[in-house]
Design a protein around this ligand. Structure first.
Ligand code: PMP
Length: 416
């Protein structure tokens, strides 16, 4: 008989383990460059001013109850969430099913569970490297869906490996296969395709009928501009399922595409778990069946999603004044990150030894791939009390004017 006595212990989750180790470290100069959370110039959590204001309005003017939401979540939130990622016009005309989820993770998971059961792809292609949770989330596909990696990053030149992405998908992906794409601010590399490269990708997905699974966890966080950061998703939606596709034979199009949308970073609502899943189908494909299956998955897992964070996002996005405040908040966060990229580069390059660190400025979003080896990363932790992921990824949000010189001199010491 099966027993629970002999379960082997799995390793701790690296990101959360590093955060715990950092907290337990008493060194006065310790620096956390591991967690993917925004910190202000004093390394403190930051509540966005638009979010503060929305909370005040919610508390003062609304008679807040704590009733259950319907299974799909707060409809008025889903409307603004869909508009934000697809653009208002496209959102109004697309054939799309939207559900509220437990942040981006829940959206990734419900999407994976649905596709495994209903699309039944042979493979899911995941960028190498990626957010480590993609691999764990997609264990839901075992044993029928094989996890495959597509090369993403040219480790020697510190750039996107666009040729590797295209050639792998061209030769190895089959019709109906799912491909995870990071909508912007690729985690962990900070390297995104250019618009021309996204156009080539969309054409490839269309021709090969691949299912694009966009993970959108940083809209507005990369450039400070939600339109620019949503460009790739919008381009795919328009190219594959836009107005002009209505007359096309549905069998010549991919089966659909989807978006896992997180509001953790762009609203600073990490612990409130606000997210959405959007499934976009070809114009002629009936959506009611897919919607009913998605609702069953949500019912079995969470019954209905949490209320408060969705109310905050809905309040901010549906009020012109609050939305302007929020867009300013995004520029504050992305602007500080951009400034830290250049300060850290300058400070590192003050020493002639490490060579060119321009990658810190060409990469975008919260993360950079430093190229530091695991040995160097461990030395940074043990000797300098600087915590980063073993693969050399740093979160720029941990850098500030007070610690940038310390970080740079520690990097230069381990590089020597
Ligand atoms: N996808 C990616 C690529 C991420 O970096 C993150 C956050 N680390 C998420 C999804 C989802 O995070 P959350 O569940 O907090 O929204």
């Amino acid at each position: 008989p099966v027993t629970l006595r002999d379960i082997p212990q799995q390793p701790r989750d690296e990101a959360f383990a590093l955060t715990a180790d950092f907290k337990a470290d008493n060194h006065p100069n310790k620096v956390s460059l591991s967690a993917g959370v925004y910190r202000d110039g004093n390394s403190k959590p930051w509540v966005l001013s638009s979010v503060r204001e929305a909370k005040r309005i919610l508390h003062e003017t609304t008679n807040l109850d704590h009733e259950y939401l319907p299974i799909q979540g707060l409809d008025s939130f889903l409307d603004v969430a869909r508009d934000l990622i697809l653009g208002k016009g496209a959102a109004a005309t697309a054939n799309v099913v939207s559900l509220q989820t437990i942040s981006g993770t829940g959206a990734n998971h419900v999407g994976a569970a649905f596709l495994v059961q209903k699309l039944q792809p042979k493979n899911v292609f995941i960028s190498d490297p990626t957010w480590s949770n993609h691999h764990l989330v997609w264990t839901v596909g075992a044993p029928t869906v094989t996890q495959r990696k597509y090369p993403y990053y040219d480790f020697s030149n510190h750039t996107l490996d666009f040729y590797g992405i295209m050639s792998t998908l061209e030769t190895e992906a089959e019709e109906n296969d799912v491909v995870i794409l990071h909508a912007c601010s690729h985690n962990p590399t900070g390297a995104d395709p250019s618009r021309e490269q996204w156009q080539s990708l969309a054409a490839l997905f269309k021709r090969k009928k691949l299912f694009a699974f966009f993970d959108s966890a940083y809209q507005g966080f990369a450039t400070g501009d939600v339109e620019a950061d949503g460009w790739a998703v919008r381009h795919f939606q328009q190219t594959l399922f836009g107005e002009s596709s209505a007359e096309e034979d549905p069998s010549s199009a991919p089966p659909g595409m989807c978006i896992a949308q997180s509001f953790a970073k762009n609203f600073g609502l990490y612990g409130e778990r606000v997210g959405a899943f959007h499934l976009i189908l070809p114009k002629q494909t009936p959506a009611a069946g897919a919607r009913s299956e998605l609702l069953r998955l949500v019912r079995a897992e969470i019954s209905n999603p949490p209320l408060f964070g969705a109310r905050i996002v809905q309040t901010v996005l549906s009020d012109a004044k609050l939305r302007t405040m929020w867009e300013n908040d995004l520029r504050v966060m992305s602007g500080r990150i951009t400034k830290m990229r250049s300060l850290l580069r300058q400070a590192i390059e003050e020493d002639p030894n490490p060579g060119d660190w321009s990658r810190l400025e060409s990469q975008i979003g919260m993360f950079s791939f430093t190229g530091l080896s695991e040995k160097q990363v461990l030395r940074l932790r043990e000797v300098h009390h600087i915590y980063l992921m073993n693969n050399g990824r740093i979160s720029l949000s941990g850098v500030n004017e007070g610690n940038v010189k310390y970080i740079a001199s520690a990097f230069n010491e381990v590089l020597r």
